[in-house]
Design a protein around this ligand. Structure first.
Ligand code: PFF
Length: 454
């Protein structure tokens, strides 16, 4: 569907699914569990939920407002709404974040492809937990294999981007998201019924606040922004394809709910299983890759064919969930180059794909061959993750909330939230209060505390 010369999403469900497709990805199933493990479990989850509710949802709505009102890419949006001001730097910073996240994210997305093939070849059967750990380490440290998968993944993303918004993004989300959801539910059932799963469930439900420090807050905040695709104009770019009658508040709630629910469910797959086979919850980025093969083998030990089918299906769906997210990041940068530099969409997309392959390769190597080479004590992979999730995204979120809360004309904000007065949004005043005061102050305090800015 084309309106005013710009592509639109075709249906209401398409709007929600495409945005949820961006939000739901490796952030929920790979990053959320390992950050929860790193930061000690239930207390982190509670703080995370607070961040989603207090910062995530209002800022998502703010991004929707900016995107739909301006109908432009994230940097162009500020030119439309605040012409001649420095606000466009918020958009540009988002584009940079999108590019950086896509680079390291594609490394992990590539790992999921390796695991699809491992599962297809029945490679998980009959291994001990130790062997899963060893084979993951051997694979991720290998100089070639992860790079080949990373390149393939980026090329897959590239071709969907070139096919355009409705045909590519919307259609794929509509099929994949519900399938992933059902499979996750089945796996939760399997995982919590493993022997010894109880301590994993306790880890998720019994908060221990003695371990909470400023670092946990920064981690939870960063994870909320990363998981909800916020702070870099991604949902702002998607909202530029929304139609006039999309209910922005309801869409933000639906996307936030789906995303959070899936992250929590992922926790209920990983931790009961990890405790059951004695894998440490703070194993880091490898956590899901060493825990999940155990779940499949142990939960279906009486029916190996079920273990086979579930493991293949799971990794295929995980790769697809990652794909709907990489598409959204790629779109942010491609739309920016295409609209701001007036180059064709196809060319813009090639620049993004090529650049991400370059930095992606460096990120991938930093986990293996170039491990000793660090900046601020971090390899390239960890550095890109840290700088984006813990600095640029929250900072972007803070500036976006200030932009909508303070800079934009209140009439415009009201028109967008209520669709020109046709919707009744009871939380309007609360949302505005959060955007004006709570979000900027809360993010500022976490920054000052943790990054030692003052
Ligand atoms: N939200 C995605 C995930 O959880 O996997 C990752 C992501 C996508 C982050 C798009 C940022 C973004 F703009």
């Amino acid at each position: 569907m084309m309106k005013s010369g710009r592509a639109n999403f075709g249906s209401k469900l398409g709007v929600i699914l495409a945005s949820a497709g961006s939000a739901v990805g490796l952030g929920n199933i790979w990053r959320f569990p390992y950050e929860t493990g790193n930061y000690g479990g239930a207390a982190f989850i509670l703080i995370y939920l607070g961040c989603v509710l207090l910062l995530g949802l209002p800022i998502m709505l703010a991004e929707f407002i900016i995107g739909r009102r301006s109908r432009a890419n994230t940097a162009g949006a500020y030119q439309v709404l605040a012409p001649g001001t420095h606000w466009r730097w918020v958009g540009r910073m988002g584009v940079l974040a999108g590019f950086m996240i896509l680079s390291f994210y594609s490394v992990v997305a590539g790992w999921t492809l390796e695991y699809v093939f491992e599962a297809l070849g029945n490679g998980f059967a009959g291994k001990t937990p130790e062997e899963y750990i060893q084979s993951f380490q051997a694979f991720s440290g290998n100089p070639w294999k992860p790079i080949i998968w990373l390149v393939l993944f980026l090329l897959g993303t590239h071709f969907i981007i070139v096919r355009g918004v409705e045909k590519g993004i919307e259609k794929s989300s509509k099929i994949m998201m519900p399938m992933l959801f059902v499979l996750i539910l089945v796996l939760v059932g399997c995982s919590v019924s493993l022997p010894g799963a109880k301590s994993g469930i306790e880890f998720l439900l019994k908060p221990d606040f003695s371990k909470v420090d400023g670092n946990v807050f920064l981690g939870a905040m960063g994870q909320a922004f990363f998981s909800l695709s916020l702070g870099m104009g991604c949902l702002c770019t998607y909202a530029s394809y929304f139609s006039k009658d999309t209910n922005l508040t309801r869409t933000a709630f639906s996307v936030g709910l789906i995303d959070t629910f899936i992250a929590i469910l992922a926790g209920f797959i990983i931790f009961p299983a990890a405790f059951s086979v004695g894998i440490q919850p703070d194993a880091g980025p490898s956590l899901i890759f060493i825990t999940l093969p155990n779940v499949f083998q142990q939960a279906f030990s009486g029916a190996p064919w079920l273990a086979y089918i579930f493991s293949v299906l799971f990794y295929v769906l995980l790769a697809l969930a990652a794909l709907t997210s990489t598409i959204s990041m790629h779109e942010v940068v491609t739309a920016y180059l295409h609209e701001e530099f007036k180059i064709s969409r196809k060319r813009a997309a090639w620049f993004v794909t090529g650049g991400c392959i370059f930095f992606g390769v460096l990120c991938s190597l930093s986990l293996g061959v170039t491990k000793g080479f660090t900046v601020f004590g971090m390899g390239m992979f960890d550095l890109f993750d840290f700088v984006t999730a813990k600095i640029i995204l929250p900072l972007g979120g803070m500036l976006i909330s200030i932009f909508v809360g303070w800079y934009l004309d209140k009439k415009l904000v009201w028109e967008e939230i209520t669709n020109d007065g046709t919707l009744k949004v009871r939380l309007y005043k609360v949302i505005l209060f959060i955007l004006k005061y709570i979000a900027p102050i809360a993010i500022g305090i976490v920054f000052i505390n943790e990054l030692k800015i003052l």
